[in-house]
Every structure is written in C-alpha cells, then in structure tokens.
Design a protein around this ligand. Structure first.
Ligand SMILES: [Fe+2]
Ligand SMILES: [Fe+2]
Length: 313
C-alpha cells in the first residue's frame, strides 16, 4: 500500500539535505510567517536606507562621487524590490507590507535612524554599514527558502561594490588634509557603535534565533556575525590610520578574536521602539514619497489595463 507522504517530514528532510524550499512546496506556517517578517523587514531596510545617503547626492564633492553615490542608492532601491517580490512569493501583499512600514508596525534596520552629518558619513556608511550587511547577507545566499537565497546572490555582489566605494572615500579622507582625516575619524566615532547594534540583540536575548537556525534561515547567530565583523574591520581601520572608539578593543590570543567593549543596549531598544534621532523623519519621508507617487501607480495600472485590452483584440 502507498503511504501518504507526511509533508512535515518531507520539509524536514529537504532542509536537512540542503535542498531549497520553493514557493509551491508545503511549509510549516511559522516558517512562512518568520520568512515574511524577515524578508519584508529586510526590504524596508533597503528602501529606508536610501534616505540617509540620498541626503548627500546633491552635495557630493565631485561629479564622479555624485555618479557613484547615485548608482549605489539606486542599487538599494533594486534590493528592496527583489526582496518585496521574494516576500510576495510567500503570499504577503505588497500593499500590506508598505502599509505596515508606513504605520510604524513593521520594523527596519535600526541603523537608518541615525543622521548623516558630513560627507565622511558616506564613506563610513559604505565601509561599515554595507560591510555589516555583507557579513549578514553572504550566509543568506544559502538560506533554505529558494527565492530569498537567489535574491541574496545578486544583492551581495552589489553590496561588495558599496563597501569598496565607502572604503575608498575613507581612504581619500584619511590620506588628505588634517581636516579631512578628522572628518573621517568623527564619522567612524559616530557610526561604530550603532553598526555593532545592527546585528541585533545578544544571542541570549534573541528568542527566534534557535528556531531560525534549525530551519536554516539563519546560518550564524547575531553574536557570531558581530564578532566576525569586528575581526574583519579592525585591520581595515588600522590601515586607514583611524581609531575605533572603543578603549576595551583588544586582540585576545586565546580566543583568536578581538574582545570589544559593552554595547549600549538601552540605546538600541530606544531606536527600535521608534525613539532614535531620525525615526520620525524617516517615516515621514516614506509616507510623503508614497503619497506623491500615487498618480504614478494609478497611471501604471491604467496603462497595464489598456495593454491588456489591446492584446486581447
Ligand atoms: Fe542593499
Ligand atoms: Fe548596500
């Protein structure tokens, strides 16, 4: 007699065997919900992440810098779109995701609630924020959900360009006039700690991590990724001749890693709750852009409808 295959068992075997779960495959409801939350948060972060840098496009110091920054910010828009599409394959609606972002119900990366005060911030963001994003996202190229994993492959290629463009800005400033080097140091001072917070709460305060690791959505814990980032970034700061603003930062021979100082988690949770320096400004900018784009969405729908009717004839 044929046995009806148990869908949960099939799913577990596929995940254990490193096969990808595809949109039409059976999946446990909590797996689907976790992915929708993670992918949509990721998409929102790409889109909101355009704002702090968009702030500097008109003030970039040369035509070359302007063209590069423009391309980088456009890439982030593309990342947002791939990711919204990946979330849609799980049954999430684009309208609902956007509505949740605009109402403040959905979260996005805490880092984008900090202001960009000088041109050096474009360097620090590319170097550190995109650098941290790469640490986080490279393992996601092997995440168990197929559409998410495939979106991440392309995104990671672009992120590495972003990281290099940021580092190149930092290099230019660090080797420039004293005022320029000071500006680079000031940007590093302001961005360092918020970037370490980007990896999310400590493992013992991250209740979803164990389940996400088991589903192979996540491949490393928050603390593991944070440590990898610190280890990779310290020599880069040394090469620039800049000082990481942490008196407790020290190579630990026994661990084979850098030890680093305590993160201000109160600040992190305040930003997550909506009380960071720019939370309100970011949401207002998104809401305004959405309202002003209404006519574009309407026109696109009418155009699509017309084409459909023409094709039917
Ligand atoms: Fe991105
Ligand atoms: Fe990026």
């Amino acid at each position: 007699m044929m046995q009806t295959p148990d869908p949960q068992l099939q799913f577990d075997l596929k995940v254990a065997d490193e096969q990808r779960i595809e949109p039409k495959d059976w999946m446990p409801e909590p797996y689907r919900r976790t992915l929708i939350r993670q992918i949509s948060q990721h998409a929102h972060s790409e889109i909101v992440g355009m704002l702090p840098e968009g702030n500097w496009i008109t003030r970039a110091p040369s035509l070359r810098r302007k063209a590069v920054l423009l391309a980088k910010v456009q890439d982030e828009a593309g990342h947002g779109l791939y990711l919204y599409s990946a979330a849609e394959t799980l049954g999430a609606s684009r309208e609902q995701m956007i509505a949740d972002l605009h109402s403040g119900k959905a979260k996005y990366s805490s880092i984008f609630n900090y202001p960009t005060l000088s041109w050096a911030d474009m360097g620090a963001i590319g170097w550190l924020v995109d650098g941290a994003a790469i640490m986080n996202q490279v393992p996601l190229c092997r995440t168990s959900y197929g559409p998410y994993a495939r979106a991440m492959v392309r995104i990671c290629k672009e992120e590495s360009f972003h990281q290099r463009q940021g580092y190149e800005i930092m290099m230019t400033l660090a080797n420039g006039l004293k005022e320029q080097k000071d500006m680079a140091q000031d940007a590093l001072n302001r961005w360092w700690w918020p970037v370490l917070m980007m990896f999310g709460p400590k493992d013992d305060e991250s209740p979803n991590t164990a389940q996400s690791m088991q589903w192979k959505i996540k491949r490393f814990t928050n603390d593991e990724l944070r440590q990898k980032f610190v280890d990779a970034t310290v020599p880069q700061a040394e090469y620039l001749g800049l000082t990481i603003p942490d008196p407790d930062l020290k190579w630990n021979e026994a661990r084979g890693h850098y030890d680093f100082g305590a993160i201000n988690w109160d600040e992190f949770w305040e930003v997550v709750k909506g009380n960071g320096p720019c939370n309100r400004q970011r949401l207002e900018a998104r809401q305004k852009a959405h309202a002003e784009g209404e006519w574009v969405r309407e026109a696109a729908l009418v155009y699509a409808k017309k084409r459909e009717m023409r094709d039917e004839r």
